[in-house]
Design a protein around this ligand. Structure first.
Ligand code: SF4
Length: 389
């Protein structure tokens, strides 16, 4: 057994199996690691028919014409059922967990791209809280997120400070929590890393005084949807059903249409009034969604092992990506409210949250996202504040 720090959401998690509404066995290329491949060669050569070589990674689980893993049988994993979990590769065994090394510590958290994790994150404020547990298996490869400037204790203190800032219930909404995180991140970027452990909490506590004036742009909501569509188009994959539903709701409620061929968004004279109507609705009922946005933000930071990891090379890039994702999630919730009523059914919130995560949490490369966000101005702190307010 190995001791590690694990996000509390995982102590409540059980895979839904054949009851899952968006199984990880459909639509994904689940990697097969070298140790698992050797295991199959040695102990179950018949399983080699279920794997195939892939461009990005040496081997993946083979899928049928519908994009479903060939070993999914009646909604359950056929390998797990017949051979047991020791025959599962790391990707299949650990999903939706994300496991990283921080020096001598190992930290395990989870992605909201799994609907059950999304549901559990929504249920309480402590999903990302780390607790000590012992586990019997670890992934073959564990990336070490500990920068050489820190001890693991210092790094954990900094990570906790950011998680605490994301989950602060006293702030004026999740947007303010995010803006404090963005401001503190930029401040840390300007000082020597050796000073981070002394300064992270200070910058987070005093961020409000340093927030720039918001610079909103009336086109921002339409640009958010356009940016999402651009990223989906660049992935060269059709959006899965649940994401397609989330996007269709956004198109309807913003009175726009997406041209997937030319990657354009068509707005007309009805589009701005449609957004203003959503804004009015959100001003009245948006407070109800504050815990949802706050819990989402906290799990995003947990998944990124922020500020030591994330999507992007620098803290400014990583925090911009999280900010745009927060704004996209909020806009999708606003559109959902416009469509189904101010208090969305919980399953609609889960679907919006999970369908966006299933796409955004699994992008391979940040370069294209960051290019779009630079063009829209969202890399600037004042524009990001305008986008979120
Ligand atoms: S997405 Fe989550 S709940 Fe669904 S099958 Fe995969 S691990 Fe289980």
């Amino acid at each position: 057994m190995t001791d590690l720090l694990r996000a509390r959401v995982l102590s409540r998690f059980t895979c839904l199996g054949d009851k899952c509404e968006d199984t990880c066995c459909r639509g994904w290329s689940m990697q097969v690691d070298a140790a698992t491949l050797s295991h199959y060669k040695r102990d179950a050569p018949e399983l080699l028919e279920a794997v195939e070589p892939a461009k990005e990674t040496p081997w993946i689980m083979r899928k049928d014409a519908g994009g479903v893993c060939v070993k999914l049988e009646g909604g359950l994993c056929g390998i797990h059922k017949k051979y047991g979990e020791t025959f599962l590769g790391d990707a299949c065994y650990f999903y939706p967990r994300a496991t990283r090394r921080l020096g001598d510590s190992i930290v395990m958290t989870a992605t909201m791209s799994c609907p059950e994790i999304a549901r559990l994150v929504l249920a309480g404020d402590d999903a990302a809280a780390l607790e000590e547990v012992a586990v019997s298996r670890l992934p073959q490869e564990l990336r070490d997120y500990l920068p050489p400037e820190f001890t693991q204790q210092q790094a954990l203190v900094i990570h906790h400070a950011f998680l605490g800032a994301a989950n602060d219930k006293k702030a004026d909404g999740a947007e303010q929590n995010f803006l404090r995180i963005a401001s503190a991140s930029r401040s840390l970027e300007r000082i020597d890393k050796k000073e981070w452990s002394a300064m992270a909490a200070y910058y987070l506590q005093h961020a409000d005084a340093r927030l720039p004036t918001a610079q909103p742009n009336i086109n921002d909501p339409f640009n958010l949807l356009h940016a999402l569509a651009g990223l989906i188009a660049a992935s060269k994959k059709k959006p899965p059903e649940r994401l397609a539903q989330t996007i269709a709701e956004m198109e309807t409620m913003l009175a726009v249409s997406l041209d997937w061929e030319k990657i354009l968004i068509h707005a007309d004279e009805k589009s701005f009034p449609a957004y203003l109507k959503l804004q009015t609705l959100w001003k009245k009922h948006g407070e109800y969604y504050t815990p949802v946005l706050r819990r989402w933000l906290t799990m995003q930071l947990s998944l990124a092992m922020y500020p030591f990891g994330g999507f992007g090379r620098t803290l400014s890039e990583r925090v911009t990506v999280i900010g745009v994702r927060l704004a996209t999630f909020k806009l999708a919730l606003m559109c959902g409210c416009g469509m189904y009523g101010a208090v969305l059914p919980q399953e609609a919130v889960v679907r919006i949250m999970q369908s966006l995560s299933r796409f955004m949490d699994h992008l391979a490369d940040s370069a294209f996202s960051l290019r779009i966000y630079a063009e829209t101005g969202w890399m600037e702190e004042s524009r990001m504040r305008g986008l979120l307010e």
